[in-house]
Design a protein around this ligand. Structure first.
Ligand code: PLP
Length: 376
């Protein structure tokens, strides 16, 4: 049976042109971009080009891009850079942020930072007014993701940032799941900090970026040789940075067309589920979502059983709930949405991408049909 990968929100394959952009810097172009001699020239140029390519994809200039090792690092840099050693200050986040944000916030809370986790509605979306109300005179940062990694639901980041801009409260947006899938313009979003992750958009793992609006500053996590405008010391990972740049350039080239194609694949998947007569609920069905994510709860079933059934049919997806003996732990996102247990327990995340064809979707439906048949 041909294996089918439907877990692009976990990570994406490295596209061949991206790999080609990486390889020279693992070979003869091994120099340090900070070196003043000949070996430094090509690596320095590669980093500069990548900085422009990343900036272009999110609508800003190269000077605003700081390369990091991953989204987790970017998020930690912003949260700890603005709130570390600042007991008594406050941080506002949503209840459905990625663990990178939740755990960094919990760490800061232990140090005396006040953390407010704003709840979401049944669709997994935060009310902008609730975020704005949660902010007070001591609020040093608001952090809201753009697209949720489980549901794909888009959060009203621009509305939040517009309201807080007048009050001088900076906003960080974790756009790791959005960049490369939908148009993301940092200026239109109006946020001061934006995080993106290479391996969610066909670049290798181990590289990400933090994008800052002009005039922003923060205390770096890493002190050292002053690289990355002094915000992230350490010799640049030239190969992976070049890969991230190439991936951003590819995304910029056909973002909307490819997004529509992938949205069409989602419709095809849902039509397939209808044909199967599956009893399911599409989470966040009524709100704007990523074009290539469906978070689906199968009534009365357990995600673990569905996952192992699909593994047995060579289909890779993710689950929204985990079983520990008789206990089921729902993802914090489903918990926050208050999803009824009969649908929440049997939730799977289907996420696809550039490599996915209509035939893949049909195969997934067919194999899922067999799994549902064996469990029903
Ligand atoms: N933020 C979001 C929304 C994510 O989906 C992820 C990864 O799944 C991250 C942050 C963390 O990314 P990384 O593990 O690459 O640092």
């Amino acid at each position: 049976m041909r294996p089918i990968y439907f877990d692009y929100n976990a990570t994406t394959p490295v596209l061949p042109p991206v790999r080609a952009a990486v390889l020279p810097y693992l070979g003869e172009q091994f120099g340090n971009p900070s070196s003043g001699h000949a070996w430094g020239v090509a690596p320095k140029r590669a980093v500069a080009i990548a900085r422009e390519q990343v900036g272009r994809l999110v609508g800003v200039g190269a000077g605003q891009v700081v390369f990091t090792s991953c989204a987790t690092e970017s998020i930690n840099t912003v949260l700890k850079g603005l709130l570390g050693q600042r007991a008594g200050k406050s941080l506002v986040i949503t209840a459905v942020e990625h663990p990178a944000t939740l755990a960094a916030a919990a760490f800061l809370q232990e140090q005396g930072v006040r953390v407010t986790r704003v709840p979401v509605d049944g669709e997994g979306v935060v009310d902008p007014a609730a975020v704005i109300d949660a902010c007070g005179g001591n609020t040093a940062l608001v952090s809201v993701m753009l697209a949720n990694n489980e549901t794909g639901a888009l959060q009203p980041v621009a509305e939040i940032a517009a309201a807080l801009g007048d009050r001088g409260i900076p906003v960080h947006c974790d756009a790791s799941q959005a960049v490369g899938k939908i148009p993301v313009d940092m200026r239109q979003l109006g946020v001061q900090y934006l995080t993106l992750a290479g391996h969610k958009l066909y670049a290798p793992k181990g590289v990400g970026a933090l994008v800052l609006s002009p005039g922003q500053n923060l205390t770096p996590l890493l002190h050292g040789g002053g690289q990355e405008h002094g915000l992230r010391a350490g010799t640049e990972n030239v190969a992976l940075v070049a890969g991230l740049g190439a991936a951003c350039a590819l995304a910029s080239a056909d973002l909307e067309v490819e997004g529509e194609r992938q949205r069409g694949l989602g419709l095809r998947l849902l039509q397939g589920l209808e044909r199967l007569g599956a009893d399911y609920r599409l989470h966040s069905a009524g709100v704007p979502r990523l074009p290539q994510t469906l978070f689906i709860g199968f009534r009365g079933l357990a995600a673990g059983d569905l996952l192992s059934g699909l593994v047995g049919h060579d289909v890779a997806v993710s689950g929204g709930a985990a079983c520990h003996g008789a206990e089921t732990t729902l993802s914090h996102v489903l918990e926050a949405m208050g999803t009824p247990a009969e649908y929440a327990r049997g939730t799977l995340r289907f996420s696809w991408g550039r490599g996915t064809t209509g035939e893949d979707v049909d195969q997934v439906v067919e194999r899922l049909g067999r799994v549902l048949g064996s469990l029903g």
